[in-house]
Write a protein that binds this ligand. Sequence first.
Ligand code: RUB
Length: 305
Amino acid sequence: MKVEKTVEKIEKMEIRGASDIARATAEALKQKSKKLEANSVEDAISELGDSADRLLKSRPTAVSLPNAIRKVFNGLKETGSVEEFRELAIQNSDEFIEKSKVAKQKIGEIGSKRIKDGDKVLTHCNSEAALSIFKSAKDEGKEFEVFSTEARPRYQGRITAQDLVNEGISVTQIVDSAARFFMNEMDLVVVGADAIGANGAVANKIGTSQIALVAKEARVDFYVAAETYKFSPSTVLGELIEIEERDEEEVWENKPDDVEIRNPAFDFTPPRYVDNICTEIGLISPHMAYHVLKEEFGLGLQDVL
Ligand code: RUB
């Protein structure tokens, strides 16, 4: 898909969820690389860079997006010709997309070990990584039930409920505010992530941090399923993860004039409320976030920013 079309789809949330956004970004840059008009590597960097900038602005919180761009741009400056540049950009994009799919599968295999027969598991919003854990557990023959919140105002929880039904997994849909009501019945919470900071704080769909708080109070383990490209390298250098604030119409169409509406799409769950982050390189404590970043982006983190 072309860059402009991809941007439009991400903005309209026809492409959504951090992994899907990342893969669509890599694919759009690949398509752009095939059609570069540049005559020098320098011009190619700037031409592909313009597309990357456009994609970067489409949704601010999912760090998977800039991380996908970083992977695609890896080594491009050092290429000797536009042809070499193009080939490497295409190869990098393909590798990122493949790595993303393998990571999701691996997360499923690792995380599913923590689901037992008869468990009730709560999830929030719609995360491919979290779903991969449920699918693997189902494939292993485990019988368990998932409670899925609605995730107002965009109701991504309905996508989750449908996905689970398609996989033959028992699912109960609840309103977001019922999380505490049901938490005592739960054995585990599993959610996804849009971004994870160097301190292990997790940005995910608005309401995630309330669920984590309730889980802590009820002593229910709270797991985050996230590929390593959800970790944010810029947070090591003190940058903050931006929380996207969306249109008020999503919350209330035709509201009375004097009512103010705030509609943040994500929130932060502090690391002390997170028991484990399930990544493709293993089940880790949120306090290992910095080490994941070092592993993923190398010792000279500054160089990749
Ligand atoms: C989606 C959301 C998901 C994460 C992780 O928000 O918060 O939990 O993106 O998803 P939105 P995945 O619908 O606003 O994009 O595991 O699929 O990357």
